[in-house]
Design a protein around this ligand. Structure first.
Ligand code: NAD
Ligand code: DAU
Length: 349
């Protein structure tokens, strides 16, 4: 069956993998990628799709209500997969307002436009909201986030995402808007902007620059290869139960410092350097304010109900990721020129 699907934030890291999967796997769908092209959005991520006739790019801002309403009238979307967001915790600490505008106001603009367009018939319509495990807050040494874990966001970023999740559920409850939400753990892989841990450290090692480890490095995250996240989104979009939440995770917890050491070893091999030389760049720096200690996702609901599980082992995914960045140095050099230099100086001064 043919569908017109809006994917927001498709020029970003995860969005570009979701757009590619949907455009290639569903030639009978029309995929409209709406993106503002902030510092994190990059059309280079999608060059291979430009000539395909089931793919359209629209440059625009989800905060602009009139623009969003016009876009929904123009395309009459059957579904929305909403990924557009301000996504970096450190930036949310220095500039929370951008996060409230895009993540909260932008999401509500999309919900209103979908509600208006679909009001006469909700059949076969779906608003899929892509969220994060950070909404659940921070864990101690034990325990896992379940879909029923109460929200307890700790940073301006996670608070803005939690707020947007609440609005999506409120529109489901109040107006019967058909929705699903997924909350995923840390993604890694090709095309990630080098403000996030792994691409930042890969780029710094390549340039012989220090590796700024926050605090004591004993913070735990669960890591998932980005293409496995895209596959989970595909599964949930097509087979997820309306009104449900699905946790997505890699069953793959690492303390930052241990993960960084594995990265350093693999980088030494990839760059033909003496073992230990990348690790010697590790520098402990001031901690992130309010730094969440541990995230760990229980993704068994998704596994049991929809048969999804990660396809890649972490070491294999990491090796693929390193190869991609080393083979795409021009991509890295382009995104780290200009504004990135000012960001880096401010963040790591
Ligand atoms: P990203 O920062 O790489 O990409 C975000 C994209 O949204 C960019 O292309 C940007 O241009 C676009 N955008 C930002 N503001 C916009 C606006 N006002 N209007 C239109 N477009 C706008 O982010 P990402 O890491 O790919 O994350 C995508 C989504 O997945 C986010 O909602 C994020 O909260 C969620 N998520 C991310 C991770 C992760 O590890 N990166 C994990 C779980 C959930
Ligand atoms: O858990 C999902 C979330 O994962 C997503 O919702 C966010 O969009 C995504 O950015 C990510 O958030 P984190 O804060 O966990 O990711 P980040 O890559 O910024 O940091 C990972 C860990 O590494 C965290 O404990 C902080 C630490 N860190 C990060 C940077 C950038 C460092 O020690 N040094 C650094 O320079």
């Amino acid at each position: 069956m043919s569908k017109i699907i809006l994917i927001t934030g498709g020029a970003g890291f995860i969005g570009s993998h979701v757009v590619r999967l949907f455009v290639n796997k569903y030639p009978n769908y029309k995929i409209v990628n709406l993106d503002k092209l902030t510092y994190a959005g990059n059309l280079e991520n999608l060059r291979d799709l430009e000539s395909l006739n089931n793919y359209v790019f629209e440059k625009g801002d989800i905060v602009d209500k009139e623009y969003i309403n016009r876009l929904f009238k123009k395309y009459k979307f059957d579904g929305v997969i909403h990924l557009a967001a301000e996504s970096h915790v450190d930036r949310s600490i220095t500039n929370p307002m951008d996060f409230i505008m895009t993540n909260v106001v932008g999401t509500v603009n999309l919900l209103n436009a979908a509600k208006e367009l679909w009001k006469d018939n909700y059949n076969n319509k779906l608003f899929y909201h892509v969220s994060t495990d950070e909404v659940y807050g921070s864990l101690g040494e034990k325990g896992l986030f379940l879909e029923s874990t109460p929200y307890d966001p700790q940073s301006p970023y996670s608070s803005s995402k939690a707020s947007s999740d609440h609005f999506v559920r409120a529109y489901g409850n109040t107006y019967n808007l058909p929705f699903v939400i997924s909350n995923c753990s840390n993604n890694y892989g090709p095309n990630q902007f080098p403000e996030k841990l792994l691409p930042l450290f890969i780029n710094n090692i390549r340039q012989g620059k220090k590796l700024p480890v926050y605090g004591d490095g004993n913070f735990t995250r669960d890591w998932l290869f980005v293409k496995d996240h895209a596959k989970a989104i595909d599964k949930i979009y097509h087979y997820g139960k309306e009104g449900e939440t699905y946790n997505i995770g890699g069953f793959n917890e690492w303390k930052n410092i241990d993960l960084i050491k594995v990265l350093c070893k693999q980088m030494d091999i990839a760059l033909n350097k003496d073992q230990g030389s990348s690790q010697s760049l590790i520098t402990y720096v001031k901690d992130r304010p309010g730094h969440d200690k541990r995230y760990a996702i229980d993704a068994n609901k998704l596994k049991k109900e929809l048969g999804w599980e990660p396809t890649l082992q972490f070491e294999e995914g990491l090796a693929k990721t390193i190869s991609w960045y080393l083979e795409n140095q021009e991509w890295m050099d382009n995104v780290t020129s200009g504004e990135y230099q000012n960001y880096y100086k401010e963040q790591y001064k």
